[in-house]
Design a binder for this molecule. Sequence first.
Ligand code: AMP
Length: 564
Amino acid sequence: MEMLIRRGFLWQSFEIYGGMAGFIDYGPLGNGLRRRLENLWREFFVINERAVEIDTPTVNVEEVFVASGHAESFTDVAIECQKCGKVFRADHYIKEKLNIEADCTIEAVKEIIETYDLKCDCGGSFGEPFHFNLMFTTSIGPGKGKKGYLRPETAQGIFIAFRRLLDYFRGKLPFGVAQIGRAYRNEISPRQGVIRLREFNQAELEYFVHPAEKTHPNFGRYENDVVWLVDKFDNEHRITLREAVERGIIAHELLAYFIGKTRRFLIKAGVREDRLRFRQHKDDERAHYAVDCWDAEALTSYGWIEIVGIADRTDYDLRKHMEHSGEDLRVFVQFKEPIRVKRLKIVPDLRKLGPKFRKKAKAVAEALERLEIDDPNVDKVRVTVDGEEVEIGREFFRVEEVEETIQGEKVIPHVIEPSFGLDRITYTILEHSFEKDTVDGEERRVLRLKRWMAPVQVAVLPLLSKGDFIEVAKEIVEMLRSAGIYTEYDDSGSIGRRYRRFDEIGTPFCVTVDHQTLEDGTVTIRDRDTTRQVRVSRDELVDVLKELLSTEKDITEFGEPFKL
Ligand code: AMP
């Protein structure tokens, strides 16, 4: 953290006013890294899927979260000290003080506090545990305004725009909709630095599928990947995804597909494979509507932390929004072949309906014909005519069985959601990349970021801080920048110290302008990881660097290595 703050990756927000837990600023380097992470994510989860990206508001009207259930149940159980007034998230406090995994219910927390006579650090007693809703509220418009919430996840913006998105995809499943953006959770006691934030960045993909088709045509790409799984009974497996599906450890192929894809993405971004596992939610931990849920967890100095959640949310969200908005969010799915079905049909007796219902008789008859029933012996039914509900006895209709041809059916799609916490992934990458080694008998701090993730890709350094050297170095900086390479120039301090500075911020390559450059137009490229150098001509520099930055090729493929 000391390095990250000093070098300008990130720091606490509102520093000059004393700071506030749960908020961080991304400095120039942290911001650069997170942007690269976002772009890599887009490549994996938007460009390489039948998917699009949208952008919806962070302030939402209340109705959205009443429907989704967040307004009522997006809560944690909190405990407040009666003496000093400090509030803690109950399960975290219990884990910290007693090392017990407590259920997040009022009853469970109360029982533990009583059994263990748990007290606050100040010695005070805790009052009754209570539910604390994690959503920030706001008010929209002047005066009393209309109640609104800051979104606690980006996903809901996608669900409520589902009709328009379905139109965009010409009414055909499956398709994915992604969103990258801010989410807000008023965490109770965010003491874990950059891990638990009150304002953070999510990248979410909602992949809508037919409920009976939870497969993916590209599963073959990942099925033989060996993954580290911890199932809901705490059994560990290191098996292929194909085997995990076949043995029923992962609920279905589509979840396995996204686990495989997520794993490849994280490794490509710089998460270490040996510190990355997928843990299945236990039955009592999983959201009640989810079929199966897996978290990608990374081992960091905070322990194992959840960096991605991959869940089968079923039709829960769309169903809830259908119920609350009255909109039809179903998808018409055509059968491969039309099918013949038998169904029961009501045949109204117009001669009897006429005298009884007079002017309304026709409307009643039509309403009866539209009714769906499954009991041929039903003795009365209810229909609504002109907003009025009427009961119709069996003497007014008979029931017939008819055979019909049906072209398709309407279904509420299911959704598989990989949800990425970009801040936690960014932090994990930094921790997993940070190393100390020995170079020329001295300890060196180096950030072994993947080349394509580095916020500063190339540093151009004149060997001496003198006229010609500076001039040529600046020309090279211009050349690299116009080729789209993030380049920094630095002429202060000894060349060794400058190399160390760029090693520490993870810059993969340093280009040095030395005496020979002035004679024959060649420069040296130094590789951060091996500290090897090769000499190339200025004309080929852009091509060589571009190739090096997009691959893991060894620098010695481009010239004879030497050490200064
Ligand atoms: P969830 O919807 O709770 O599964 O969260 C999705 C992802 O967002 C998690 O995997 C985390 O990486 C991230 N996340 C959740 N809460 C926070 C937070 N308070 N601060 C930072 N990241 C978070």
